[in-house]
Every structure is written in structure tokens, then in C-alpha cells.
Design a protein. Structure first.
Length: 181
């Protein structure tokens, strides 16, 4: 089974011509890749390229990865997540774009929901709540790094010293709201 070719430090692409299936071996490999990555996450692109009108990918996450809260507003894009293994939390923030948690979704095959769909323009983030969490993610293309997302002005940049504290506080608030440990 080919894991594709490396696109960047954070991503690989399948490069399949007609068809690909993703089984447990692929999920284990992507989770291991995420664990070795300094950002603790790994994307495996299933769509052909950035111009594809529908982007599909595996998103492997390890606890401690920080996905800065963001929205997809211009152009407007919805984003869907399906839990394949592990446990993830989806956090939605107020429409005014403040650091107030408004809604929570626990994605867990055993005790939570299986799918979360976030509408265009909604401030959100995702948390890895268990090791080796892997999601199937889908959103409209094409992809442009300039317009893909607006990052929340209240949340620290991923490379800042404050990101770790912010992530730990966000996860604590999520766990408290969901009644988890």
C-alpha cells in the first residue's frame, strides 16, 4: 500500500489515478506520521490537487496539536468532519467572533457523534482529545492559501508562546462543558 508522496512538512497526497481506499493500516500510518510531526498533525490529501472543486482528506491529530480558531468566509466554505478513530472535539464560537464557546460537539465512535458539519463563516476549531485521532475532512475547493481561512484575532498564532496555554485552557473549557473527566 502506497502512502503517496510528501507535499509539505504537514501533508502527503495519495496521487491515485482512479480509486483509493483507506483502511486501518493507512489510519495507523497517518497517526504515526502526526506523532512524529512537530505540529502533531498530518493531512493526507485524497483530492487531485488544489484546484479540485471538492477537497477530501484524512486529518490525523495528536493531543497537543493547536488548530487556531478560524472561519471560511471569503469565499464561503462549509467544512465537514467524520470521526474514523480516536476522539475529537469541535468548538464553535460566537458569531461576533469572540472567545466565547457557544457550541460543542464530541466526535467519538463509542460515545459521541460521528459527523460534524460547520457552515461557512462560523468560527471554529478542532481538538484532539485522544491519541491517534483521525478524521475524514471534506470542504469545497479550490484551495488558495491567501483566502482559505480567516484566523480568529482573539486566539494566539500557532507559533506564539501563548498558543500552548490557550490550547490547554480551551480543552479544559471543552471538557468541563461536555462533562468529560
Amino acid at each position: 500500500m502506497s502512502m503517496g508522496r510528501r507535499l509539505s512538512q504537514l501533508a502527503t497526497i495519495s496521487g491515485h489515478r482512479r480509486f483509493i481506499s483507506c483502511g486501518r493500516d493507512m489510519l495507523r500510518q497517518k497517526a504515526a506520521d502526526a506523532n512524529r510531526n512537530t505540529r502533531l498533525r498530518e493531512i493526507h490529501v485524497l483530492h487531485q490537487d488544489d484546484a479540485d472543486p471538492l477537497h477530501r482528506m484524512l486529518n490525523a491529530l495528536q493531543p497537543g496539536t493547536y488548530a487556531r480558531p478560524h472561519r471560511h468566509l471569503a469565499p464561503p466554505k462549509s467544512e465537514g468532519f467524520v470521526i474514523l478513530q480516536g476522539t475529537a472535539g469541535v468548538v464553535l464560537f460566537t458569531p461576533q467572533g469572540t472567545d466565547i464557546l457557544e457550541e460543542y460537539v464530541l466526535l467519538d465512535r463509542a460515545q459521541g457523534d460521528l459527523v460534524a458539519d460547520v457552515r461557512a463563516g462560523v468560527w471554529h476549531t478542532i481538538l484532539a482529545l485522544a491519541p491517534d485521532t483521525v478524521l475524514f475532512e471534506v470542504k469545497p475547493g479550490p484551495y488558495s492559501p491567501v483566502t482559505d481561512k480567516d484566523f480568529a484575532p482573539w486566539a494566539p498564532d500557532a507559533d506564539s508562546d501563548a498558543a500552548g496555554d490557550y490550547l490547554r485552557d480551551l480543552e479544559r473549557r471543552f471538557r468541563d462543558a461536555m462533562g468529560l473527566d
